[in-house]
Design a protein around this ligand. Structure first.
Ligand code: HEC
Ligand code: HEC
Length: 380
């Protein structure tokens, strides 16, 4: 009974005291060292949960990623016989050893041709709402046959390819298991490859573990870097590299030096002729970013510090610059913290095993023919 009486009297008093402490405390509002905008930079805080990716990536109707589809897609992704010269697979350019990119400033295609743009990673493309630097493809299914069709990339002869796959027992069985009742054609090839790509995911980095509540997952420096990343008056990075996949799936002109070239790459503008989109490219994810140097669509930044230096200047060729881009005031410490934070976005990946590819009969038959003639020589 005593308690019952006391409570209604004490509570308002208590809340007054709390309010007073809050107002005089340096921990109040945005002056709290761990507060940026709406975010409270404390491991596991509710305000941070929007940075966690959904456990499983979305997939389109009719292509649920079953184990059989993933297995088939993995074979196709790494099979160089999908290319006309039999020497280039998706994995040649999207190489798991280089963070599913190629470590080069721009890609190298069919017969060594230098491509105009850098090879983006396949990691977390499953979460993209739009594909390619210029957004010319909507989904992974739409995208998958593009590199095969491109004469500068895999230069695939589709009739020959379909023949090869349909005449091979192992591939025929794999397609039947993955897409029962469907033909072996560009549609099922694309769906299988897309299903495999949806397994190439980075969602367990130190940053993710920190957001889930493990305070020791990121260093103090990395947490400071995240603060710079979020702070509109510092890095202002999150306006474009937004939650949860560090991209807004939008297109921006960052004023790269190559935008000043005589015939610059027009980027998104080619597919959507709106002035702001001249020289605008898709915001890439920053997950596993430490693995995929060099950076930008033209591969012009050698490392993450060079990227930060570019943003600090607010661009080089500044006509048609994104309105969200401005030169930044960053201390040396801020810049080092930012780079340290970006390193916290790399997941530890399970060891990755390449698939064993089916033996293709025509090739085998040719080898047998050759060895038969060798024997013929020995016999004589
Ligand atoms: C010769 C190198 C090369 C080969 C081979 C290649 N790619 Fe690419 N890939 C690139 C380049 C370069 C781009 C960016 C092109 C652009 O945006 O204009 C790209 C873009 C992509 C994207 C879009 C990623 C994003 O974030 O928007 C996906 C997905 C992809 N490739 C998957 C594949 C698949 C699947 C294959 C095999 C069928 C393949 N690639 C073969 C070089 C290659
Ligand atoms: C105006 C939107 C915008 C802002 C602000 C922004 N970025 Fe970017 N970021 C992009 C776009 C778009 C690209 C690709 C541009 C290109 O290659 O032409 C990119 C590319 C990058 C890359 C290279 C990615 C790769 O795969 O090549 C890194 C790293 C990066 N940004 C980090 C940052 C950091 C750190 C900040 C804050 C200091 C920041 N970004 C601010 C839009 C933005």
């Amino acid at each position: 009974m005593r308690i019952m009486k006391k409570i209604p009297f004490k509570l308002p008093q208590l809340s007054l005291i709390v309010a007073a402490i809050t107002m005089i405390s340096p921990l109040h509002g945005s002056s709290f060292a761990g507060q940026v905008g709406d975010y409270r930079l404390v491991a596991g805080d509710r305000s941070l949960q929007q940075w966690l990716l959904p456990e499983a990536p979305p997939y389109p109707a009719g292509n649920e990623p079953t184990q059989q589809r993933i297995t088939l897609g993995k074979m196709l992704f790494f099979d160089p016989r999908l290319s006309s010269d039999g020497n280039m697979s998706c994995g040649t350019c999207h190489n798991p050893m280089f963070g599913w990119s190629d470590g080069m400033s721009t890609g190298v295609g069919h017969k060594g041709q230098k491509l105009g743009r850098a090879t983006p990673t396949v990691i977390n493309t499953a979460y993209n709402y739009i594909q390619m630097w210029d957004g010319r493809k909507a989904t992974l299914e739409d995208q998958a046959t593009g590199p095969m069709e491109a004469s500068v990339e895999m230069n695939t002869d589709f009739d020959r390819l379909f023949g090869m796959l349909r005449n091979n027992d192992e591939y025929r069985a794999a397609f039947a298991a993955a897409y029962p009742g469907e033909a072996i054609n560009d549609d099922t090839i694309a769906k299988a490859i897309a299903s495999f790509e949806r397994t190439v995911v980075s969602n367990n980095s130190p940053f993710d573990r920190w957001v889930r509540g493990d305070a020791s997952a990121m260093t103090k420096q990395q947490v400071r870097g995240f603060r710079v990343f979020l702070d509109e008056d510092k890095g202002n990075c999150a306006v474009c590299h937004s939650a949860p996949n560090f991209t807004d799936d939008g297109f921006h002109n960052l004023g790269l030096a190559s935008w000043g070239d005589e015939n610059p790459d027009m980027g998104r503008f080619v597919h959507k002729p709106v002035n702001v989109l001249k020289g605008a490219f898709k915001t890439p994810t920053l997950r596993d970013i430490a693995l995929t140097a060099p950076y930008f669509h033209d591969g012009s930044a050698a490392d993450l510090m060079e990227v930060v230096a570019h943003y600090e200047k607010g661009g080089v060729t500044k006509n048609n610059l994104s309105p969200s881009l401005k030169s930044l005031k960053l201390s040396t410490q801020d810049k080092q913290d930012l780079v340290a934070f970006m390193h916290a976005l790399t997941s530890e990946h399970e060891p990755f095993a390449l698939p064993t590819l089916p033996v293709i009969e025509p090739a085998m038959a040719e080898i047998e023919k050759e060895s038969a003639s060798e024997f013929a020589v020995i016999d004589r």
